[in-house]
Design a protein around this ligand. Structure first.
Ligand code: ADP
Length: 277
């Protein structure tokens, strides 16, 4: 279970990205964070695995306070957090198998990690997981030969092989076409159930959040303005998330926020096409 309490993040530039965020993610629920551009979604995810340092507040994962961990402790605890990124964060010139096995590096001695001496069991598990996420048979392909959807599956496989206590997912579908986006979201919900772990997803396509997640947290200007089920996200809740606050006024993103709020499948298609591989 992940419990975030009064989390604040002020960047050195003075940007107040998070202003007292409190929320929980538990069991095997899939929770999406939505909100206009600049609302703090990405900062929130990055604070959890300390890719960015929170300014104040508390983040507890299964009884362990994350905000005060030393660098050494953090390295160990990061094994518990599977990260899936928009840009996949794979090593392009390495094979699919090498990338997936890198999810186990945090568990190995420095010497074995340096020599890439992976356990036979890890290798067998990697084959099974690659099959499960739909890229079985591609183990020896270099990642730079794969499509965007296949890369994201490899990123998911790497995260599962790590056997994390939670999956943190940052805009998993932004670089994917709509069909692949649906498949990736479906896969993430399946993983939550099968691995029995919670999944926290920063996603800007509201329709995907509505269709594939158990709970939605709406952020505006670094504050939680909505926390409820997809069916509770009515027009007025959407208005609160996307049309209030200074994000829109100060950055002039009104049109963008509004169209995202009202994005239909066809709008998602248009947006995604621009970015698809
Ligand atoms: P979102 O993911 O919802 O688009 P972000 O978390 O990226 O929002 O950004 C939240 C706020 O923090 C924005 O005002 C953004 O400009 C600011 N911000 C994000 N990253 C940095 C950074 N590295 N340095 C300074 N300000 C940042």
């Amino acid at each position: 279970m992940l419990t975030i309490t009064d989390l604040e993040k002020v960047y050195p530039t003075g940007d107040k990205a998070l202003q007292g965020v409190s929320m929980e993610v538990q069991g095997n629920e899939v929770v999406s964070i939505i909100g206009p551009s600049g609302a703090g979604k990405s900062t929130l995810i990055k604070c959890v695995n300390r890719l960015t340092e929170p300014t104040s507040g508390s983040i507890v994962l299964d009884d362990e306070e994350l905000t005060t961990l030393s660098k050494k402790e953090l390295r160990k605890t990061r094994r518990d957090m599977g990260m899936i990124f928009q840009e996949f964060n794979l090593i392009e010139r390495l094979t699919v198998m090498e990338n997936v096995l890198s999810g186990r590096l945090g568990y190995m001695s420095s010497w074995n990690a340096f020599r890439r001496n992976f356990d036979e069991e890890d290798i067998q598990n990697a084959y099974e997981i690659l099959d499960r996420v739909g890229v079985g048979g591609m183990e020896n392909k270099r990642v730079d030969e794969l499509s965007g959807g296949q890369r994201q599956r490899v990123g998911i496989a790497r995260a599962i092989l790590q056997r994390p206590k939670i999956l943190l997912v940052d805009e998993p579908t932004s670089a994917l076409d709509p069909e692949t986006s649906f498949e990736v979201m479906e896969m993430l919900t399946e993983i939550a159930r099968e691995e029995d772990i919670p999944v926290l997803i920063n996603i800007h396509e509201v329709e995907l959040a509505l269709d594939y997640t158990d709970r939605i947290v709406g952020l505006t200007d670094g504050e939680v303005v909505f926390n409820g089920t997809p069916s509770e996200l009515d027009e007025s809740a959407r208005d609160t998330i996307y049309r209030s606050g200074k994000t829109r006024a100060e950055t002039g993103t009104e049109g963008q926020s509004q169209s995202r709020t009202q994005s239909s499948s066809s709008e998602i298609t248009d947006a995604s096409k621009e970015k698809s591989f």
